[in-house]
Design a protein around this ligand. Structure first.
Ligand code: NAD
Length: 341
């Protein structure tokens, strides 16, 4: 498509495929402070659809300027789509000693919510087994926080042998487990879900946290205490936040949380769940399905702006710590209010 045919209703993919369009998008990205990966998985979205999902990074005016820059069609910029307002300012306050003497396994600790959770627990005195499938990310974490008590446990939580190694890294004592690792899907409805996608999403989001929890719970039962926080999603609360596979996996995370809270409550264990709203991390979602885009994008446009991962760590560590003493089987939406929309 020639640059002059590009418009606010052209897809990111069309823009990137055109040299002038791609250069103009690159300038817009660097000017907005958004990361170069901002368009990963978004190639099927139009610029108009991007505005409400960008948490204020891209405004209708930006899009109009962009279209003008490439001599494209300066029509149809959706001024009716208002970007969600940025979340209010907030600064993490470390609660010194809250995890002193405790050993906590955190999965997905190499990035995003898991990383923020691992760092917060360690800053509050905990000894953290930081588990992730990415060795490189774990190395970076340890290098950046050499002063903290972090033990890297590289492995795939859906692999039995890796789960054994992650548990062994704790050295016989496990007070807490944060099951954070997970992946997104491609927003497909049921009839478009491939076997490969279904198996991958369920294996990582569900089977992985099941296998690791199964290996950890006997330690907690022996000790007569322990706290587990599972990370679900808005997609655990409704059918309109993601595709079928991710939605099913996160609903099942809630089921595991409730069954385990019921079963092990009398033995001194607490098992709770946090359902995050949109959070700025490295998680990759794509919009591969036309039906998925048509149904899900208008719902996502109503959501509060994505927040930094430390806000999720605040909710997860609250439930994980003794501050959650009276909570068992809770599903806590941590989403700036998205769950009431
Ligand atoms: N970011 C969001 O907007 C959002 C919203 C709702 C729920 N969540 C949930 O939060 C959790 C964390 O996601 P995030 O956004 O921080 O993503 P992220 O991609 O930034 O981090 C996830 C980490 O998990 C690791 N991981 C993936 N598969 C693994 C495996 N098999 N074994 C071990 N580690 C593995 C990855 O290497 C990565 O470091 C996920 O369960 C996700 O579903 C995220």
């Amino acid at each position: 498509m020639p640059a002059s045919d590009l418009s606010a209703d052209s897809t990111i993919g069309d823009w990137l495929a055109d040299p002038a369009g791609s250069a103009a998008l690159g300038r817009l990205l660097s000017g907005s402070g958004a990361s170069p990966s901002a368009f990963d998985g978004a190639h099927q979205l139009t610029l108009n659809e991007l505005v409400p999902l960008s948490s204020g990074a891209f405004t209708p005016d930006d899009i109009a300027r962009l279209v003008e820059e490439v001599g494209g069609k300066v029509v149809e910029v959706a001024s009716s789509v208002t970007p969600a307002p940025r979340a209010p300012e907030w600064k993490e306050v470390i609660i010194s000693g809250r995890f002193a003497g405790k050993t906590v396994i955190v999965t997905g600790a190499g990035s995003g919510i898991g990383r923020a959770t691992a760092v917060r627990i360690a800053k509050e005195g905990g000894r953290v087994v930081a588990a992730d499938i990415s060795e490189e990310r774990l190395q970076q974490l340890l290098e950046e926080h050499a002063e903290l008590d972090l033990i890297a446990a590289h492995g795939d939580i859906s692999n039995g042998a890796d789960v054994e190694r992650i548990v062994a890294a704790a050295g016989g004592r496990i007070d807490g487990l944060a099951n954070v690792a997970g992946i997104m899907d491609n927003m497909s409805p049921l009839h478009e879900v491939s076997d490969e996608l279904w198996d991958r999403v369920l294996r990582i989001n569900l089977t992985g946290m099941f296998k690791l929890s199964r290996a950890v719970i006997p330690f907690m039962l022996d000790a007569g205490s322990g706290s587990i926080v599972n990370v679900a999603s808005e997609s655990a609360l409704r059918g309109s936040s993601s595709g079928l596979a991710y939605t099913a996996s996160k609903h099942a995370v809630v089921g595991i949380t409730r069954s385990s809270a019921f079963m092990y409550g009398p033995s001194g264990l607490r098992i709770n769940c946090v359902a995050p709203g949109s959070t700025v991390t490295n998680i990759q979602a794509s919009f591969d399905s036309a039906l998925g885009r048509e149904r899900i994008l208008p719902v996502l446009a109503l959501a509060p702006a994505p927040v930094p991962a430390d806000r999720l760590a605040a909710s997860i560590t609250f439930l994980l710590s003794d501050d959650g003493v009276n909570l068992n089987g809770v599903v806590l939406p941590s989403d700036g209010g998205q769950s009431v929309i």
